[in-house]
Design a protein around this ligand. Structure first.
Ligand code: HEM
Length: 126
């Protein structure tokens, strides 16, 4: 399935799957249903139940999960967080555009300040 076809969930949707027999979690804006994986998780079911219904990106990253783990989590992927609630905004175009605007504005300001200083200096010389 192409990433664009992923089912869209809100953070609240995921939050309702927070029971030991119904464990969903959010890791890097993707939604995982690990209910069937609890028993198999090498790190134990307890840690997964603890973050049930929650955002667990930092917990997942902190463990330093292996490439194998990252590969195997794909089978539990059920969807992704709706764009408005994502942490990493997909619209990187908007990000870079605003970054560009900031850069241009910053540069203009710096040039302006530089010119002002030059003018001031040349003015005082007279
Ligand atoms: C879909 C989600 C997850 C998958 C597929 C997964 C898979 C695995 C795998 C395969 C391992 C064995 C070590 C490795 O290969 O890195 C592991 C270890 C572990 N995982 Fe997960 N994990 C998931 C989510 C989480 C989350 C959310 C937490 C914490 C809240 C967590 C905590 C741990 C811990 C503490 C270990 C043990 C590390 C150790 O003993 O060295 N895992 N996990």
């Amino acid at each position: 399935m192409a990433p664009t076809e992923l089912k869209q969930y809100s953070i609240a949707d995921v939050a309702s799957h927070n029971k030991p027999n119904d464990v969903w979690m959010i890791i890097h804006d993707k939604v995982y249903d690990v209910t069937k994986f609890l028993q198999e998780h090498p790190g134990g079911e307890e840690v997964l139940i603890e973050v049930a219904g929650k955002e667990a990106s930092s917990e997942f990253d902190d463990v330093g999960h292996s490439t194998d783990a990252k590969e195997s989590m794909k089978q539990f992927l059920v969807g992704e967080i709706i764009e408005a609630e994502r942490k990493a905004k997909k619209s990187s175009k908007t990000m870079s555009a605003s970054a560009r605007t900031a850069l241009v504005a910053g540069s203009a300001l710096a040039i302006g300040a530089g010119l002002a200083m030059i003018f001031k200096a040349s003015g005082s010389r007279k």
